[in-house]
Design a protein around this ligand. Structure first.
Ligand SMILES: N[C@H](CCC[C@H](N)C(=O)O)C(=O)O
Length: 296
């Protein structure tokens, strides 16, 4: 099986070309777990299959490292865009990608183009669609005073983790995110607290959790505990959800830079249109061939 290892802000996945590599849905979770293992496999935060699609130019099929599915992946979708352009599966710089039935619109920045070289993608802007507010079953403390295009936002919910009460804002970008504002994010014991949010009873489908520190009106620092993977160096959908939560809580402007352990993402929530735009890099790290049956 051929694969390409790619990363966006250090959020790294194994990418498999579903046009040529045919796997049955039943065998995928087990193969994903094997490939993602950083000691016995290739190593990655999960696996993303790039498939043909009818309703868009391409489909992405995203799996976490534990073999579970996710509806969406912000860093992953930028890498898929780079993959399909750099490998000549498309000539266009405006493309659509569908994930879990939702179509996203992407604009590719191509560099290094010459008369004989079509260049390669360095940066991708994605229209990540509409945020959905407070989709989880959590005890609400306060409703937003601000109306949002999708109704009054639940910006403040309480959750008790390890005997301590946290306040969070819950935003879905297709996949679920709980955003917790706090100080001292750099030194947070995320390995201890992250799994307790992920498996908390108020998230029947588990959740991704973002721990966010406000730096100023245009900059925040964020660490993320991802559902099905653990701490990752960045999370694109998590940054989008964070930007929305920041605005709803009156903490930042609508356009922010999210600083992450693995880099930076630029996020803009166009409130009038109620669309979130994410811009960031995508890179190929290496390519190879692997026999999943030979992985322990
Ligand atoms: N890292 C991804 C999100 C993965 C989310 C996944 N862990 C889930 O179960 O929803 C991103 O860049 O958006």
């Amino acid at each position: 099986m051929k694969f390409t290892k790619m990363q966006g802000c250090g959020n790294d996945y194994v990418y498999v070309n579903g046009f040529t590599e045919k796997l049955s849905p039943q065998e995928k979770p087990e193969i994903v777990r094997k490939l993602s293992d950083r000691h016995f496999g290739i190593g990655g935060d999960g696996v993303i299959f790039i498939n043909p699609a009818e309703e868009a130019d391409f489909e992405m099929e995203m799996y976490n490292a534990d073999g579970s599915r996710s509806e969406m992946c912000g860093n992953g979708i930028r890498c898929v865009a780079k993959y399909v352009y750099d490998k000549g599966l498309t000539d266009r710089e405006d493309i659509t990608i569908v994930s879990a039935g939702k179509i996203k619109y992407l604009k590719l920045t191509v560099e290094g183009r010459t008369a004989t070289d079509r260049g390669h993608v360095t940066l991708v802007q994605v229209n990540m669609g509409q945020p959905v507010l407070a989709p989880m079953e959590v005890p609400v403390i306060a409703e937003a005073t601000q109306q949002t295009p999708v109704g009054p936002a639940v910006v403040d919910a309480a959750i008790t983790v390890d005997g301590e009460e946290y306040r969070m804002t819950c935003v879905s970008m297709g996949n679920p995110h709980a955003i917790v504002f706090m100080n001292g994010v750099k030194d947070l014991d995320i390995e201890k607290i992250g799994p307790k949010f992920e498996h908390h009873s108020c998230f029947p489908n588990r959740t991704n959790t973002e721990f966010v520190e406000i730096l100023d009106r245009k900059n925040v620092f964020m660490r993320v505990w991802e559902r099905g993977t653990g701490e990752t160096l960045a999370c694109g959908t998590g940054c989008c959800a964070t930007a929305v939560a920041c605005v709803l809580n009156g903490l930042t402007d609508e356009e922010i830079t999210v600083k992450l352990l693995g880099g930076e993402l630029h996020i803009r929530w166009d409130r009038k249109a109620n669309l979130v735009y994410m811009t960031g890099p995508a890179k190929i790290v290496f390519e190879g061939e692997v026999d999943p049956d030979s992985i322990d």
